[in-house]
Design a binder for this molecule. Structure first.
Ligand code: NAD
Length: 342
């Protein structure tokens, strides 16, 4: 059995990764550590709580004592660090939690890995936002792994700091790190403050759908399961000390994403409401993922239109999941589930 620690697994991408790993590999055991911040929802993992290959631990990655005790008792083969404060707007309002979790928390995990691990891999889940942005009028430009880090928001700065910390621990202490930098994800279990689920939840209620500025900002969209498959490949076949970009070759202006989702829901474009732009709003992200394709044979499998249809259908079929988040009931439901397993 291969024992994998997944931090932040009660969030969007981490939970999708856990489901993917348990389905794709019979010889994998997962321990999920999550502090259940506002973005963590144990309901998402409820179907796994009795699975003998899965264990949930409520803990904060900045809690050094708790992390050391966990690493000492569990003997992880692989650590995949998803845990993060992840919403740019929140980082602009109050950066501190981002510095704590994204930088200090990553540092604590690296120390725990060094101190107790015979682990073969520490994988840091990062973002294309560490590269800053690209101009809208230069469609020929893409981020490669060599693009200098040039961050815009407290969020991206905290993620870039964590990346540098990982690379320093590789160079100085030989911690076997890999880093992946991914573009915007979409899919099931995404907290409804992010663009696509926010749009779906509001449009279904015939509420206005807010779009920053003129909606011209361009993002490269990747279906979450394609991201999970890429990380699965990198932790097993990627080379230590390396950074891998992950992207969908799916550049879309925000306004076009909004229109696609409204069309999939059968809702009118008159619901779109342009709102004052986010300060420091990055213009365009576009990933060159050719290293991952060349070295590990990864290609995104899901076409944007298919992925969006699947995603919209999931939010339509699972309205209780996101309505419980909007009402706040998910906090109580998560606590009830915690009570059952502890
Ligand atoms: N969502 C995207 O499009 C995207 C794109 C590229 C990279 N990423 C990166 O992927 C990772 C996961 O992103 P996401 O969208 O799933 O985020 P998310 O906000 O949905 O989930 C984050 C999870 O981390 C947990 N968490 C937060 N602080 C913690 C702490 N101190 N200790 C333990 N757990 C903690 C939360 O409870 C939550 O379950 C992040 O590192 C993010 O930077 C996200």
């Amino acid at each position: 059995m291969e024992k994998i620690l997944v931090t932040g697994g009660a969030g969007f991408i981490g939970s999708n990764f856990i489901y993917h790993m348990l389905e794709a590999h019979d010889d994998v055991e997962i321990v999920c550590v999550d502090c259940l911040s506002y973005a963590g929802n144990l309901v998402t993992l409820e179907p796994l709580l009795e699975n003998p290959r899965f264990k949930f631990v409520k803990a904060d990655i900045t809690d050094r004592e708790a992390m050391y005790a966990l690493f000492e008792s569990e003997n992880f083969d692989i650590v995949v660090n998803f845990a993060a404060e992840s919403h740019v707007d929140r980082s602009i309002d109050s950066p501190e939690a981002f510095l704590m979790t994204n930088i200090i928390g990553t540092g604590v995990l690296l120390d725990a890995f060094r101190k107790y691990g015979n682990g073969k891999r520490f994988h840091q889940v990062s973002t294309d936002e560490v590269y800053g942005d690209l101009p809208l009028d230069r469609p020929d430009l893409f981020f490669t792994e060599e693009t200098p880090l040039h961050t815009s928001s407290p969020y991206s700065t905290s993620k870039a700091s964590a990346d540098l910390l990982c690379l320093a621990y590789y160079r100085t202490y030989k911690v076997p790190v890999t880093i992946s930098r991914c573009s915007n994800n979409y899919g099931r279990y995404q907290y409804p403050e992010k663009l696509i689920p926010l749009m779906i939840s509001r449009a279904l209620n015939d509420e206005n759908v807010p779009v920053y500025g003129k909606g011209e900002n361009v993002r490269d969209w990747l279906f979450v399961l394609d991201h999970c498959k890429a990380i699965d490949l990198i932790i097993h076949k990627g080379k230590v000390g390396e950074v891998y970009n992950i992207g969908g070759h799916n550049e879309r202006a925000n306004i076009d994403v909004v229109k696609t989702v409204l069309a999939a829901l059968g809702k009118p474009e008159s619901l779109i409401e342009f709102v004052t732009d986010r300060p420091g709003h990055d213009l365009r992200y576009a990933i060159d993922a050719s290293k991952l394709e060349r070295e590990l044979g990864w290609v995104p499998e899901t076409k944007f239109d298919d992925g969006i249809k699947e995603t919209v259908n999931w939010y339509l079929d699972n309205q209780k999941w996101w309505k419980d988040i909007i009402s706040g009931d998910y906090v109580k439901l998560s606590e009830e589930l915690l009570g059952k397993i502890s």
